[in-house]
Structure formats: structure tokens, C-alpha cells
Design a protein around this ligand. Structure first.
Ligand code: ADP
Ligand code: ASP
Ligand code: MG
Length: 476
């Protein structure tokens, strides 16, 4: 059995959806398949916006809601005829009625608002997946719509809930024992707590849904269908010279996605890796092209793989002190391990006299003010100096062998970036990553130069390094 996940980028309009349907049809002959469906392109963002507008009593929310309705009903009209059309129309009308009721819920606290936001964010998948199911049924494919909120159970960390693994696996296994339809069409991204309160798996979470289901049913493969050729050496929408990584280990792919390669959502790797299920990343618009395979590194000879990623809204903290171990403990306990701040760590390095952290957080301003408080009160007197920066772009080079050679060349390059462009740098041996922190407007040129530098080293393209550095410093 295989699990195929189609992202919003594969579900932008009628033509894209017809491509998706033909990919699914071509697989049905080989036995039962599980399809995980995201919201139509852009819909989740619009649902977040809708929640905000409605809570501010902004009349614009009506316009947005109507646009969402029109988009879904127009799609149904374009894709379906007769019986399946009227059946799914009824279902979608009822889901929109539920959405209106959800929007009217009063949220009296921050937590209630997050809970409501999660409930509303999940409607995108609950609107798109029934449409795909109806399209398959209309061509006599025995497809079954599955709302994964009843299968994937989580805690109540709204916005990015943690799954309750045993219960979730048991639910999924039982569901598949009871249902033998040739195609199971499952909603991505959505989940719920034990008492049935809707939650979500975090932005980009449909990839994770596919991996959770794949691991529970012991799938042969998980396929992530998207709008690019696979996992690439950089985001091809930002770096024209990016090239395909055709094979990569679970560990490297996980690091690449953690540092910003959003083509795969980081938690996706874990369940697949545990059961050694290969993950393929494929292009919906070029189904014949080979794509990327993410698998156990013992299955292939490791090349010197690299990836240059960029992530936005990143914060950076460095602290100099003679009592670095004590400071590290205080900062970790009071800030970074504080669940309420919802911090994602990227790098954490330590020397005898300096600590450096890069991170993002659900509430950047709350995190920053907490850090300032800890530094000014609890740690005052033992810190020599500190730097705290936020709203940065983090450009990270990951390399399987990020050796001193590469480190030196890149730091040489970094030294040519003028002070006002590069705010900070972290070289983290553990994750084999080197990150430089810049203001957002410098992200694309620096990303491209870093990519050129690495591809020239990796492919021995004989681009003299100094020339490249010279070009960059002249043009900037
Ligand atoms: P989907 O809707 O299919 O889930 P996403 O937008 O989540 O799509 O992910 C696909 C996007 O990831 C691509 O369009 C590409 O711009 C971006 N991306 C970022 N880094 C990389 C990378 N290293 N390789 C491939 N794509 C990348
Ligand atoms: N629709 C959700 C999002 O936009 C989940 C996903 O696309 O993977 O984040
Ligand atoms: Mg995605």
C-alpha cells in the first residue's frame, strides 16, 4: 500500500486537480491507495485571516467568506456532473454553515482564540478532500472520504499539536481493517484531542499526516506530490541554479527541512524513518520526472550533499560570560524549555566564554521580553555582553561533510559581506550547519551567492572562488 499526499500547490485550480486525479487513477489498479489532501492553494492562510477579521468585526470578512464559497462551488461545477455533484454540493454547503457557526464563537481569552483559530484553520482540508472523493466516485472509483480528526489524536497545544502516538496508531489500524475501499481520501493537517476538540498539526502539516498514516499501516512508500521537482539544493523559486537532490538520507532531509526547505514539513521524517518507509517527493506537473527519494542512508553511497536554505522571522541571541555553564542552564530552563513560548530551536553553540542560539517562536515579542527580563534581573552581573536580534532571515548551508575546508571558504566569503548586511553567524558542528543572519532584503542575493559557492565546490565547476567573492563585493 502507498500513501500519496497532494499539497495545496497541486490543488490550485481545475486543471491542477485534473492532473492530480489522473495520477490517482493510474495508481488504483495496483491495489488500495491512501490519498492525503491539503486545502486548496492559499485557503489555510485565508481561513486564518477570516478568523482575525471576524474577531475584529471587520465587514471585509463577508467578502472573504463569499470568495471562499465561490471558489469551492465553481470548482465543483467545473469538475462534476449529476449525482456526485449534488451530493458533494450539499456536503460543502453544510460545511460552510458549520464554518459560519465556528466564526461566531466568542473567544474570551488568548487560549480560546487559539482554539477557535485551529478549529477554523482545519476547514480547508474538510472542503477540498470531499471534492476529490466525489471526482473519483464519479468515474466509478470506490473512494471513501475520511475526516482524520477522528483518527489522529493529539494534546491540546493549539497551532501545532503533539500526537498521541499509541492511540493514533490504533485508530488508524482499526479504520483500515474495517474499510477496504480502493481509495481512502483523507484530510491532511487536521486532528483532535481525546475529547474531540479540533486541533492541527502545524503549518505544512499534511505531509506529517501522510507519514503518520503510512507508518501506522506499514505502507510501502509515502509520496509527497508538490509543484517542484523534488528536494533541491535551494528553493528553486529563489535560486534559479538550484539542482535536484535525487537521493538523500532521512537525517539530512530532516535537517534541510528544519532549516527552511519547506517542501517537506520536518516532523514528517520521523515516523517514516522509524519504519524505514521511503519518502518520494514528486512534481504533480511532471509526473514522469524522477523526483527525490528520502531513505535509509545505508541504501546508497553518500555523496557530498548540500542544501542552502532560508528561513524568516528568526531571532539570534549571543551571550559572553565567564560563567557560561550557569548561564546556559538558566537560559534553557527559563526561556527555551518554557512551553508557553512555543520556541523552535535551530542552533545552539557553546565555547568557554560564549553561547549562541538561533530560534523562532510563536510569539516573538513575548519571547524577547522574557529574555531581556532574565538577562537584566536573574543574570545581571555575570554577563559581560549580550546581543539579541530579531526579524532576521537565516541563510543556512548544510553539508554532509561541512569540513574545515568549507567552513574556511564560507567564512572568507562572509567576511566580504559588509557589517550592515550580515548581523551574525553560527557554525554548528553538531548539525553540520553554518547559518548567517541577515536583514530580509539581503536574503535573495546572499542565498544565490552562497549557492554558487557551494555548487562550484561540489561539482568542481572550476569557478575560481576569489572571482566570485570579488563579483559579489563589487555588485553590492
Ligand atoms: P505543498 O503545497 O505542495 O505542500 P509547499 O509550498 O509546502 O507545497 O512546498 C513546496 C515549496 O517548497 C516549493 O514550491 C518551493 O518553493 C519550496 N522550497 C523551499 N526550499 C526548497 C528546496 N530546498 N527544495 C525544493 N523546494 C523548496
Ligand atoms: N493546509 C495546511 C497549511 O497550509 C497544511 C498543508 O498544506 O500541509 O499549512
Ligand atoms: Mg507543504
Amino acid at each position: 500500500m502507498r500513501v500519496l499526499k497532494f499539497g495545496g500547490t497541486s490543488l490550485a485550480d481545475k486543471d491542477a486537480i485534473e492532473r492530480v486525479l489522473s495520477i490517482i487513477k493510474s495508481r488504483v489498479k495496483n491495489g488500495q491507495v491512501i490519498i492525503v489532501i491539503s486545502a486548496l492553494n492559499g485557503v489555510t492562510d485565508q481561513l486564518y485571516k477570516l478568523t482575525r477579521l471576524k474577531s475584529l468585526n471587520d465587514p471585509q470578512h463577508r467578502i472573504l467568506l463569499n470568495a471562499l464559497k465561490n471558489r469551492h462551488f465553481k470548482l465543483i461545477d467545473g469538475l462534476l456532473k449529476s449525482f456526485e455533484r449534488s451530493k458533494v454540493t450539499e456536503q460543502i454547503e453544510s460545511t460552510f454553515r458549520e464554518l459560519e457557526r465556528a466564526l461566531a464563537i466568542k473567544a474570551n481569552s488568548q487560549r480560546d482564540f487559539k482554539k477557535k483559530q485551529d478549529y477554523i484553520a482545519g476547514f480547508g482540508e474538510r472542503l477540498s478532500a470531499p471534492i476529490i472523493t466525489a471526482c473519483l466516485r464519479s468515474v466509478e472509483i470506490n473512494a471513501l472520504y475520511t475526516d482524520t480528526r477522528s483518527l489522529i489524536k493529539t494534546d491540546s497545544s493549539f497551532g501545532s499539536a503533539a500526537i498521541l502516538e499509541n492511540l493514533t496508531n490504533k485508530n488508524i489500524k482499526n479504520y483500515f481493517l474495517e474499510n477496504s475501499s480502493s481509495v481512502i481520501v483523507a484530510t491532511g493537517f487536521v486532528s483532535s484531542t481525546i475529547d474531540g476538540t479540533p486541533t492541527t498539526l502545524g503549518r505544512g502539516g499534511s505531509d506529517y499526516t501522510a507519514s503518520i498514516i503510512g507508518a501506522a499501516v506499514g505502507a510501502k512508500a509515502i509520496e509527497i506530490w508538490t509543484d517542484v521537482d523534488g528536494l533541491m539544493t535551494a528553493d528553486p523559486k529563489k535560486v534559479e541554479a538550484a539542482s535536484l537532490i535525487s537521493r538523500v538520507s532521512y537525517e539530512t532531509a530532516k535537517n534541510m527541512s528544519l532549516f527552511g526547505a519547506k517542501v517537506i514539513y520536518p516532523p514528517t521524517i520521523e515516523p517514516a524513518m522509524r519504519f524505514k518507509i521511503p519518502i518520494y517527493i514528486k512534481n504533480t506537473f511532471k509526473p514522469g520526472s524522477p523526483g527525490t527519494i528520502i531513505e535509509n542512508s545505508s541504501n546508497f553511497h553518500l555523496r557530498k550533499q548540500y542544501c542552502i536554505s532560508a528561513a524568516q522571522n528568526i531571532s539570534f541571541l549571543s551571550i559572553q560570560s565567564e560563567e557560561i555553564n550557569r548561564i546556559e542552564k538558566e537560559i534553557l530552563d527559563k526561556i527555551f524549555l518554557n512551553d508557553k513560548l512555543g520556541i523552535t530551536f535551530f542552533s545552539h553553540t557553546k565555547t568557554n566564554t560564549e553561547l549562541k542560539f538561533s530560534f523562532s517562536s510563536r510569539d516573538q515579542y513575548l519571547t524577547i521580553s522574557n529574555i531581556e527580563k532574565v538577562i537584566d534581573s536573574d543574570l545581571s552581573g555575570i554577563i559581560n555582553n549580550h546581543t539579541l536580534l530579531h526579524n532576521l532571515s537565516m541563510i543556512t548551508v548544510l553539508h554532509e561533510n561541512l569540513s574545515a575546508l568549507f567552513h574556511n571558504k564560507i567564512t572568507n566569503y562572509c567576511s566580504t559581506i559588509s557589517k550592515n548586511k550580515m548581523q551574525a553567524l553560527i557554525y554548528d558542528k553538531k548539525s553540520k550547519s553554518l547559518s548567517i543572519f541577515v536583514n530580509e532584503e539581503h536574503e535573495i542575493p546572499i542565498l544565490n551567492t552562497m549557492h554558487d559557492l557551494f555548487s562550484s565546490i561540489d561539482e568542481r565547476k572550476k569557478i575560481p572562488l576569489n572571482e566570485k567573492l570579488y563579483d559579489y563585493s563589487i555588485s553590492n
